[in-house]
Each structure stands twice: as structure tokens, then as C-alpha cells.
Design a protein around this ligand. Structure first.
Ligand SMILES: NC(=O)c1ccc[n+]([C@@H]2O[C@H](COP(=O)([O-])OP(=O)(O)OC[C@H]3O[C@@H](n4cnc5c(N)ncnc54)[C@H](OP(=O)(O)O)[C@@H]3O)[C@@H](O)[C@H]2O)c1
Length: 306
């Protein structure tokens, strides 16, 4: 980027949608013909600003003209390789799916903040750590917040095969992480969603948390905690319709993914690698509109019944 210069770009960026107006964009590639104000001159990476208008007209040759005042420039024409700068926050960045999402988002050019329990001390069962980490990010506006934390086995307690195996402490631990944890994540991090453009907060639930889809039984504590998470997301989404009309809050099922979480349990099921899950989840997220807030989706883009 050119020495802190931030030209105002009004451009037809390939791939930029009307809904992206207001997002920060970074131009890469063929911007060298741009000769308007300081900061919109030169090569890749020198043009960076906000998408203030997304014009629906044919691409012309790259051109730019100066705009009065403070060296701002208006860029018109097709700036090949320009990309939207997406600001993303991933909670649970150390996990199998979380790390894959971080890598995918970074590969797409997003600015990613990753937080985890093992590296940063963000423990979703400790409200103080959730509040502290959110407070450190105050003032940031994220396009995407992903909660990828969770566990199937906690303190040696795995999923129950029968109601006879229900243990109150193990069940409480499931609720603390897989239900109350996401509630705290929404409480403290959802206020960091951008308020002037589409912004998504998605939490990894699990299809086994679906009551409507439960034909197998078993795994009562994990299922029940994920079902509770689903209700929490639905409830928070209704509140957020009033608090931030651009916010979309959803629950996602990532598929049966080859991570430490499934290592002992997925043998009988077809699995997918974390990167495939991450790619698919980001595609599902990309297609969400504000009307979808409070819903539950699987990695293939199909609605999951509550
Ligand atoms: N893998 C699947 O097939 C599958 C299927 C359905 C749903 N899911 C859901 O997807 C999510 C991610 O699963 P995964 O497969 O990526 O699991 P994973 O590889 O075991 O990663 C779990 C992540 O959760 C974090 N975590 C665990 N306890 C935490 C706590 N108390 N506070 C904060 N973070 C905590 C871990 O952090 P540290 O390692 O830093 O401690 C790690 O980042 C989970 O919610 C899981 O239920 C997974």
C-alpha cells in the first residue's frame, strides 16, 4: 500500500457485488495506468480504499481522475485482480476445521485474526477470557466471525451409547463448552460485526444437534448441548435483527471432518478433509442473505431441520 494513502475508489471491480458497497477494497494487478491523485498512482497494492459505489456498466479501460480535496481519487474502469478486503475473526483457530478456515480465508486475501485456547488463552468455558479478548478487539468491524470451538470428548468423557451412561458432570461440561460457550461468544464478539455492510457470525454446531433429524439416539450430552446452541443462535439472531440489520447469525454443520475430534468416532462414516469442509462452509456463508439469519445449514448448502 502506498504510504498510508487511501484513495476513494469508485470502481467496477471484477467480482464486486452491489452488496459489497462500503467494504474495503484492495486493488492488485493492472492499476499502473491510474494517474490520479497521490495514492492511486503506480503499481499493485497502491490503491486501497472503500467501495463507495458499485457501478453496473461495461468495463472501460483503466482510468482515473482527480477529485477535489485531500488527494482523493476516483478510480473508474476494470481494475483486474482487485479484491475485497474481508476482515475475519476465527475463534478456535487451533482446531482442525478452524485452522483450515484460517488458511482458506488467508488464501482468499482476507485479514484474519485467529484466537484459540491453547495459543491465546481464549477459553469459552471462562467468561472472563471471552470478555477480555473481545475487549481487546473493540473498534474493529468484522465481516465474518466464525466460532469453530467445541469438543466431543471432555475430560475423558466421550459420547454416551445409552442413557445409563449419563453423568451429570460430563453433561454439564458439554453444555459449558458447546452451548454456553457459543452464547458467550455471541454476547461478546457479535457486537464486533460490521454495522454498515453485510456481516456474518457463524458457529459450528453439528447435525446430531438436530432434534428433527435424530433417528439414531445415543450421544445424549453432545446432542443436547448442540441443540441448545442451535436455540441460542436462533434466539440471538432475532435480537440482532433489531441491533444490527446487516448481521446474519447462523449455525453450520461442517460435515464429518477428519480432525482430532472425530479420530475415534468417524470410522463408519464417509469423511472429508478439513480444507474441503472449510471451502464448502465459506461458500455457504457467501450465499447467505439477511433473510437467512437464525438458520442452520450443512456444508453442502442444505438447510438442516431444527
Ligand atoms: N469434525 C467433525 O466431523 C465435526 C462434525 C460436526 C460438528 N463439528 C464441530 O465443529 C467444531 C470444530 O471441530 P473440529 O473437528 O475442528 O475439532 P478439533 O480439531 O478438536 O478442534 C477443536 C477446537 O475447539 C477448541 N476448544 C476446545 N475446548 C475449548 C475451550 N474450552 N475454549 C475454547 N476453545 C476450545 C480447541 O482449542 P485448543 O486446541 O486451542 O484447546 C480447538 O481449537 C466443534 O464445535 C465440533 O463440535 C465437527
Amino acid at each position: 500500500m502506498g504510504g498510508g494513502l487511501r484513495p476513494r475508489c469508485r470502481a467496477l471491480f471484477p467480482g464486486l457485488q452491489p452488496r459489497d458497497a462500503g467494504r474495503e477494497v484492495r486493488c492488485r494487478g493492472a492499476v499502473s495506468p491510474l494517474l490520479a491523485g497521490p495514492g492511486c498512482r503506480g503499481r499493485a497494492g497502491l490503491c486501497r480504499g472503500r467501495a463507495e459505489g458499485v457501478e453496473d456498466r461495461p468495463a472501460g479501460p483503466p482510468q482515473a481522475r482527480p477529485v477535489a480535496g485531500r488527494g482523493a481519487a476516483t478510480c473508474a474502469g476494470r481494475l483486474s485482480g482487485a479484491e475485497i478486503v474481508m476482515r475475519a475473526l476465527v475463534l478456535g483457530a487451533s482446531g482442525g476445521i478452524g485452522a483450515a478456515l484460517v488458511a482458506r480465508l488467508q488464501a482468499q486475501g482476507a485479514e484474519v485474526t485467529g484466537l484459540s485456547r491453547s495459543r491465546d488463552g481464549l477459553d469459552l468455558t471462562r467468561a472472563d477470557t471471552v470478555a477480555d479478548h473481545a475487549a481487546r478487539l473493540e473498534g474493529q468491524a468484522f465481516d465474518l466471525i466464525l466460532n469453530t470451538t467445541g469438543a466431543l470428548v471432555i475430560d475423558g468423557h466421550g459420547p454416551e451409547k445409552s442413557m445409563d451412561a449419563v453423568d451429570p458432570q460430563a453433561m454439564a461440561a458439554q453444555f459449558a463448552l458447546n452451548a454456553i460457550g457459543p452464547a458467550l461468544a455471541i454476547r461478546h464478539f457479535a457486537p464486533l460485526l460490521a454495522r454498515d455492510r453485510r456481516a456474518v457470525m457463524a458457529s459450528l454446531s453439528a447435525r446430531v444437534g438436530s432434534i428433527g433429524d435424530n433417528d439414531l439416539g445415543g450421544w445424549v450430552s453432545y446432542r443436547a448441548a448442540k441443540a441448545a446452541q442451535n436455540q441460542i443462535i436462533r434466539t440471538a439472531a432475532i435480537e440482532y435483527r433489531r441491533r444490527n440489520r446487516h448481521a446474519i447469525l447462523v449455525a453450520l454443520h461442517p460435515g464429518t471432518v477428519e480432525t482430532p475430534l472425530t479420530a475415534k468416532y468417524a470410522a463408519r462414516y464417509p469423511t472429508i478433509p478439513p480444507d474441503r469442509s472449510a471451502e464448502a462452509l465459506l461458500a455457504v456463508i457467501d450465499g447467505l442473505t439477511p433473510e437467512d439469519t437464525g438458520s442452520f445449514w450443512d456444508w453442502k448448502g442444505a438447510r438442516v431441520p431444527w
